[in-house]
Write a protein that binds this ligand. Structure first.
Ligand SMILES: Nc1ncnc2c1ncn2[C@@H]1O[C@H](COP(=O)(O)OP(=O)(O)OP(=O)(O)O)[C@@H](O)[C@H]1O
Length: 964
């Protein structure tokens, strides 16, 4: 049943155009032009007309006159597609299908047929319309998520009058109106809503039936009007989506009347009049096309000169995709008309349209939607739907179940990680520096991604690195794709090792305490030192307990939630930073105390020749007595701990035993050890009774020869002990520094992991890819990393003193890997940071320094000025001249020193240049290769990564020390 809605003609649809986000997407596109050459008609055949045209390929049609017509110039025409006499309408439709179906996506489309009378326009357009209708409905069937509404209107322009083909009663001449939004609209034109494809076909057939047709000499059923069938296709996402925007577009099927010659059509009377109107409007169309083909800005386009061009204005160089099918008769008798058609087609090829997706909000639709929504809410308020409530409850329960499952999974994962950790810890007993046969440095072993690296630090394994470390960037991302838990796991392990390190330090101090205890009895300075050390030891214990408290809390936290925010984790590490710094400070103090203690040792005192005899004898007594006591007190420990930092004293002690050195116990002064002879008090060197003079009954008697020997022996042992302790403390410091690096590395990984997550990297895939990468030797990686570092230094305008220091210190030792990696990561981050920042001023946060390209360049300039000054003080005039000559600085040039210094570290790709620059800067600054600069100076500040800036300032370069 036909649903007519005369009250809502196309021109009256209530709609508001809506721009697509970011403005309408306008697509410029040329009109699609195809040509269809029909077979000779029966009439033409009967007149023995000849075929004058041939489609030589899919795009080219050629005029091929019969032999007697050779005088006429042959010509060829090329189009988007040409179809020969045997081509089916299906094929022709395929050539314009895309244009037609654009209307389903909100893009206006027009397909029209142009050609002389009887060339096959109606024949072709019928087929095209039929196939388009079929495809439209197929699309609707396959797009259930959208609601489609199709409306149809039909009109003809007959003798320059517009008629409604669906409502012939509306009048013979409908008015054209200019709508500011929609352009030209036809007043009172009926637009019928289509219920289905059959309905649409039916309505189309009504239009065709209503069209003016007349018989001419060329065509029994010649269309005497231009026919426009317009489908308006609107589609909206289905109601429950809540979307009120719709695609809306019109699809025009235009079957033009054929151009004709009165002489050929034998028209007279009405036919002649029709022909005149037809030709007139087609001429306007041709003019419009011609003008458009040379560019839209070529002046006035006479759209208004005919109703046809007015109505089709959007389709001609406007907001529509347009396809023109030019139909041709192959007959030689129509060659001139065919040439005209091809000429029109050639012009049309050059016309550019600007189609865009049309979206509307229908006010009615919007109001309807809102009304529905209000009604639903009201209904809900009045009577809450028990089903809806229970559905909601079910959904929540399902959600909670899923969350519980996820939490369980995370808990199990955490548990398995903890178990694994435990297992590893059991397999690898905690190393006691006093019991382990291995050097203490070997305590730094890790499992997981860091383990190999740290093992390599020990220099045990062949120095090979993962290829993914070959370069930063993508490889780094892969490497950093460690799961958050693994990272936290690593952090925990580091903390455990840190605690272990604290224990070692503590034990070392205990030994030290015992060691120096002997001095208390005989040396005032030593006694003070001991007191100080004891305070330090207490403080260090306090530090350790703080660390422990934090760690215990965190282990619980880890078990509670594996997916805890990694940033919080880093904040926590940051808070520990000061604790670690305290520990280091304590170690520093201990070392100072030890230095002081060494100075106070008898050997140092002995060197003073001007010590009065009595004092010297007292000193001797003082040094002798406590030493014997000390060694006896510590002997068991030392013998038990062959690899302790005091292990070097072992030989001494053994030799002492071999020499049957006197033994005793402070607590059992009068007892002799089992098996030893009971000795009587003896005179000391100066003839006095030691026990009586010192008032301490615990000293062993010996001959003066033995005593001397013993004194020397114990003195030597004491010196060695203190030296060992000092070395050990230094080592501990280094290890603390390394731990700091490892933590920093983890922080980097966390940052990268977060960045990766934000960027949506498929970490698992990346990990998979990483596993397949073969490993490459460390020396190769080192060279690559160093080159990258040098280039990044240059890009980021890093201090050249820092570069020099770093370059000279890290030369490829596998143990340097961590320093190299941290530097590379730091610089990579810095480069990105500077690139992101551009010329913008960096924000200030509190008192912390800011980094920008300009500030870095300024700092580097200041540094070069400093070095230029040093050039004058550190080098002789001759040395300077040699350098000037070598570095191409004119000896008589102005500002030679600045010129020279400005050349240092400027070519990151020249190895020789880099090496020489480093050597010169080292000389100017006053440090030699690996000399007075320790790798520890590259210790990183452990800073909160949320800000990140302290990290990029992280190194403590010597330039800081120089207060540049
Ligand atoms: N490709 C074709 N194959 C076979 N027959 C065709 C083809 N094209 C057209 N014809 C036939 O040629 C005749 C004229 O076709 P048609 O009426 O479509 O021409 P027209 O261009 O619409 O003419 P007019 O402008 O006078 O209306 C018809 O009988 C039609 O069946």
């Amino acid at each position: 049943m036909t649903v007519k809605s005369p009250a809502t003609p196309a021109s009256k649809i209530d709609r508001t155009p809506v721009s697509t986000p970011g403005g309408p997407k306008v697509k410029e596109e040329k009109i699609v032009v195809t040509v269809r050459l029909r077979p000779l008609s029966k009439r033409e055949q009967s007149l023995k007309d000849q075929v004058a045209w041939e489609c030589i390929d899919d795009h080219t049609i050629v005029y091929k006159p019969p032999s007697q017509e050779r005088s006429i110039t042959s010509a060829s025409y090329t189009f988007d597609k040409v179809f020969g006499p045997v081509s089916l309408t299906e094929a022709v439709y395929e050539g314009v299908k895309n244009v037609a179906l654009s209307a389903l996506m909100g893009i206006n489309a027009t397909i029209f047929a142009y050609g002389q009378t009887s060339s096959g326009k109606t024949y072709t357009m019928r087929g095209i319309t039929e196939k388009a209708v079929k495809d439209i409905y197929n699309h609707i069937m396959n797009t259930p998520e959208r609601d489609f509404t199709i409306k149809i209107s039909g009109l003809e322009i007959y003798n320059e009058n517009v008629r409604d083909l669906l409502n012939v009663d509306s009048g013979r001449n409908l008015k054209l109106l200019d709508d500011p939004e929609k352009g030209v609209v036809v007043e009172k034109l009926v637009e019928e809503t289509v219920s289905n494809d059959q309905h649409l076909r039916h309505l189309i057939s009504i239009c065709e039936a209503q069209r003016q047709v007349g018989e001419t000499a060329l065509n029994d059923t010649s269309s005497r009007s231009h026919q426009i069938i317009r489908l308006t296709i609107e589609s909206t996402l289905r109601e429950n989506s809540g979307c009120v925007k719709s695609f809306v577009a019109s699809l025009n099927f235009v079957d033009l009347a054929g151009s004709e010659r009165a002489s050929q059509t034998n028209a007279d009377g009405a036919r002649l009049r029709e022909g005149c109107h037809i030709n007139l409007s087609l001429m306007t169309l041709t003019t419009v096309i011609r003008k458009l083909s040379v560019g839209k800005r070529s002046g006035h386009i006479p759209y208004r000169d005919s109703k046809l061009t007015r109505i089709l204005q959007h389709s001609l160089g406007g907001n529509a995709r347009t396809a023109i099918i030019c139909t041709l008769s192959p007959a030689l008798s129509h060659v001139e008309q065919s040439r005209n058609t091809l000429s029109f087609a050639t012009r049309a090829k050059e016309v550019t349209n600007t189609a865009q997706v049309n979206m509307v909000i229908s006010d009615k639709q919007l109001v309807k939607h809102l009304q529905k929504e209000v009604a639903r809410l009201e209904a809900e308020l009045r009577t809450p739907d028990p089903d809806a409530l229970s559905r909601e409850k079910d959904m929540k329960i399902r959600q909670m179940k899923m969350e519980i499952e996820e939490l369980k999974r995370q808990r199990d994962l955490a548990q398995s990680q903890v178990d694994e950790l435990r297992r590893q810890m059991q397999e690898r007993p905690v190393l006691n520096p006093f019991e382990s046969p291995r050097p203490v440095a070997k305590c730094l072993t890790f499992s997981g991604p860091l383990s190999s690296k740290l093992d390599k630090l020990d220099g045990k394994e062949p120095p090979q690195v993962d290829r993914t470390r070959n370069t930063m960037g993508r490889q780094t991302l892969r490497q950093s794709s460690t799961a958050p838990f693994t990272l936290m796991h690593e952090i925990r392990k580091l903390e455990q090792l840190q605690e272990q390190l604290g224990d070692e330090a503590q034990r070392a101090l205990e030994v030290l305490q015992k060691e120096v205890a002997c001095h208390r009895l005989g040396n005032q300075d030593a006694a003070e030192t001991i007191a100080k050390l004891q305070v330090e030891i207490r403080e260090m214990r306090a530090v350790k307990s703080v660390v422990k408290q934090i760690e215990v809390g965190d282990v619980v936290a880890v078990n509670k939630s594996v997916s805890a925010n990694l940033k919080e984790e880093i904040s926590r590490l940051h808070s520990q930073g000061s604790t670690i710094a305290n520990l280091e400070e304590q170690l520093e103090n201990v070392q100072k105390s030890i230095d002081k203690l060494v100075l106070s040792l008898p050997s140092n005192n002995e060197q003073s020749d001007d010590v009065p005899t009595k004092s010297r004898s007292q000193v001797k007594k003082k040094k002798m007595l406590p030493l014997s006591s000390s060694n006896s007190a510590n002997r068991q420990n030392l013998i038990r701990s062959p690899c302790s930092p005091l292990s070097s004293t072992r030989d001494v002690l053994e030799s002492e035993l071999e020499n049957k050195a006197p033994e005793g116990d402070d607590n059992k002064p009068n007892e002799t050890l089992p098996g030893s002879e009971k000795v009587t008090p003896t005179k000391s060197e100066d003839g006095g009774d030691i026990s009586s003079r010192e008032g301490t009954p615990c000293y062993h008697r010996s001959s003066s020869v033995n005593m001397k020997k013993m004194q020397k022996m114990f003195q030597k042992a004491a010196e060695e002990n203190v030296r060992s302790i000092r070395a050990y403390v230094t080592e501990l410091k280094e290890r603390v520094a390394k731990l700091q690096y490892q933590k920093q590395l983890l922080v980097c990984q966390v940052l990268e992991l977060e960045a990766n997550e934000a960027a949506g990297y498929d970490l698992e895939n990346d990990e998979g890819a990483t596993e397949q990468e073969p490993t490459i030797p460390w020396n190769v990686t080192f060279c690559e990393w160093r080159q990258q570092i040098i280039e990044l230094w240059d890009l980021c305008h890093v201090s050249i003193i820092h570069r020099t220091q770093f370059y000279l210190l890290f030369k490829g030792d596998p143990a340097d890997q961590i320093y190299m990696e941290v530097e590379l990561r730091r610089l990579t981050w810095l480069q990105q940071h500077l690139a992101e920042l551009g010329n913008a001023s960096p924000a200030h946060l509190g008192d912390e320094p800011t980094i920008s390209l300009s500030s870095s360049i300024r700092a580097l300039k200041r540094e070069r000025e400093f070095l230029a000054k040093r050039l004058m003080t550190r080098l002789t005039a001759e040395e300077r001249d040699v350098l000037y000559i070598k570095w191409d600085v004119a000896l008589d040039g102005k500002q030679r020193k600045h010129q020279f210094v400005n050349k240092l570290w400027t070519n990151p790709h020249d190895v020789k240049h880099i090496q020489e620059s480093a050597e010169i800067v080292a000389k100017l600054v006053g440090f030699c290769e690996g000399g007075n600069v320790s790798k520890e100076m590259f210790e990183l500040n452990f800073a909160l990564p949320a800000d990140k800036r302290p990290w990029i300032l992280g190194w403590n370069p010597i330039s800081n020390l120089l207060h540049l």
